[in-house]
Design a protein around this ligand. Structure first.
Ligand code: ADP
Ligand code: MG
Ligand code: MG
Length: 503
């Protein structure tokens, strides 16, 4: 890190007229380069207008060595999560078997028991694809050095990869288009890392497709009906078509209820379309299916299980989706568990992975005192005592599900005893103080805000039958939120898209 760099003096201060001009050219660039979103209330099938995605005017500072560390860790994380997804015993143990998460969490329970039934029928998943995103925050260590700590590891529907590439281009453009953006020596092109996330993610999907036995098959994107983040998905679709000559079909779970069938002999997945003959599917890419609201009826789960039973490669398969649960992240942090999966890794790699974790425990963690039934489990007592340094997380994705700090004690008072198993406690990461940015939301002026930036590293792995066939690191994104918001998430409205300036 440049010794003179001070997080609390970022970004450079510019006169209001310059910020206003930068805002105008940033918004225009975003709209003309597909850094876009559908506005609220539009019919996705008849889009008539787009707005630009929420943006940060300046890239956010990340120490070069920590960015490189995050990139280096990704290959190990790819293998780790691929192996977890292939370890049925481990997942059964965490999810259910006796009385794990799946028994008390209806949504996780449905996925887990459906997958179990498919296994009992003797159906074997030959290949799985994971498109992953490992999320991090900078963390101020006790000795006030900076480290990198993992927020979570996503195994389903990780979004904003292709838009993030466009934000990186936007920040490069601002640097070259104006004479005054480069007001700090830090704002130099050499400190803007390349972003080729679109190609990286498409390479993963193309690798899965390439291993399927019919190269004229299509890739299926399973999407949500009201999706506003369609351009992020479309950029991936265009990349597959233009660079890999692979066609994509988009369908919702509702569409698939009537359009999807399995070939009775080969279990090949075939989709009928209104506008042409049936197509065979090589790879199913889920941009839906990560939340209970995606499964309003038992029929929706049946559709998911049909896709899982098919010979198409699922991204993710159900076990890979389950592997991405917060409970798995917490169990991994227990002594010896990482070695179960990465026994062949160097001590250095294991230490680096473990060094990226905060303290975590299950709310159902027990101790001796608990034999007296009037005493709460140790996990709950610790969560009460240390509430202000903690976040509680259930097995959910997509933002807005966690419980933070002062809200924890009351939440624990009301949480049914049986549901403790489905929640983990995690120490809060402490990012450097006082960093600001100018946040731009569609149609508005840039608002200077004190912020926290979350780095995501993308990666993919194609794996099955006990082996990782191929994997790669696949790019990055930054989401920046106001410090006053505990949560992140661009789709949920808390964060804006951002890029990196290495310091
Ligand atoms: P989701 O799967 O819903 O995205 P996350 O675990 O990423 O769940 O939590 C959502 C947001 O909450 C994160 O983007 C981050 O802003 C915040 N958060 C989560 N865990 C921590 C933590 N340990 N320390 C600080 N902030 C956290
Ligand atoms: Mg997250
Ligand atoms: Mg997540």
């Amino acid at each position: 890190m440049a010794e003179t760099f001070s997080f609390s003096r970022w970004p450079p201060s510019l006169p209001e007229e310059q910020i206003s001009h930068l805002t105008e050219i940033a918004a225009t660039y975003a709209l003309s380069h597909g850094l876009t979103y559908l506005p609220v209330g539009q019919q996705p099938r008849f889009p008539a207008a787009a707005i630009h995605a929420p943006l940060a005017l300046f890239p956010s500072p990340i120490p070069r060595d920590l960015f490189q560390l995050a990139q280096r860790l990704q290959r190990t994380y790819n293998v780790l999560y691929a192996r977890i997804a292939m370890d049925n015993d481990f997942l059964d143990q965490v999810m259910g078997a006796v009385e794990g998460v799946g028994k008390v969490d209806e949504f996780v329970g449905q996925l887990w028991s459906g997958w179990k039934q498919i296994r009992d029928e003797g159906v074997e998943e030959t290949l799985h694809l994971g498109l992953f995103r490992s999320d991090y925050l900078l963390h101020e260590n006790a000795d006030s050095t900076l480290g990198l700590k993992q927020v979570e590891f996503n195994t389903i529907s990780s979004s904003f990869g292709t838009l993030s590439e466009r934000v990186a281009s936007l920040h490069r453009y601002l640097l070259s288009a104006t004479a005054y953006y480069e007001t700090s020596p830090i704002l130099a092109i050499d400190n803007f890392p390349p972003n080729t996330t679109t190609a990286g993610l498409a390479a993963g999907l193309a690798a899965a497709h390439g291993s399927y036995n019919n190269q004229s098959a299509w890739i299926l994107f399973v999407v949500q009906a009201g999706e506003r983040n369609v351009f992020d998905q479309r950029w991936l679709e265009y990349e597959l078509l233009e660079k890999h000559s692979i066609r994509v079909i988009r369908q919702t779970f509702d569409d698939l209820a009537t359009s999807a069938r399995l070939d009775p002999q080969t279990s090949a997945l075939r989709i009928s379309r209104g506008d042409g003959p049936e197509v065979e599917i090589s790879t199913v890419y889920f941009r839906a299916g990560y939340a209970p609201t995606d499964y309003p009826t038992p029929g929706h789960y049946q559709t998911r299980f049909l896709l899982e039973r098919s010979s198409a490669i699922n991204c993710p398969s159900i076990p890979l989706q389950l592997a991405g649960g917060k409970k798995v992240q917490q169990v991994l942090a227990q002594p010896g568990v990482l070695e179960r999966f990465l026994g062949d890794s160097s001590k250095e790699d294991l230490d680096a992975i473990r060094g990226s974790w905060m303290g975590m425990w299950g709310l159902d963690l027990q101790d001796e005192a608990q034999k007296n039934e009037t005493v709460e489990p140790l996990g709950v007592r610790l969560a009460r005592e240390r509430a202000l340094e903690l976040v509680l997380k259930p097995q959910r994705e997509g933002g807005g599900n966690n419980v933070y700090k002062e809200a924890i004690p009351k939440f624990l008072d009301e949480l049914p005893v049986s549901e403790r198993k489905a929640w983990i406690a995690m120490e809060l990461i402490v990012p450097p103080n006082g960093t600001a940015n100018y946040l731009i939301r569609s149609g508005g002026a840039a608002v200077k805000t004190e912020v926290v930036s979350e780095l995501g590293i993308f990666g993919w792995a194609l794996f099955g039958s006990g082996k990782v066939v191929k994997d790669a690191e696949a790019g990055w994104l930054v989401r920046t939120k106001g410090v006053d918001s505990n949560e992140g998430g661009v789709a949920t409205g808390y964060s804006v898209l951002d890029s990196i300036v290495l310091v």
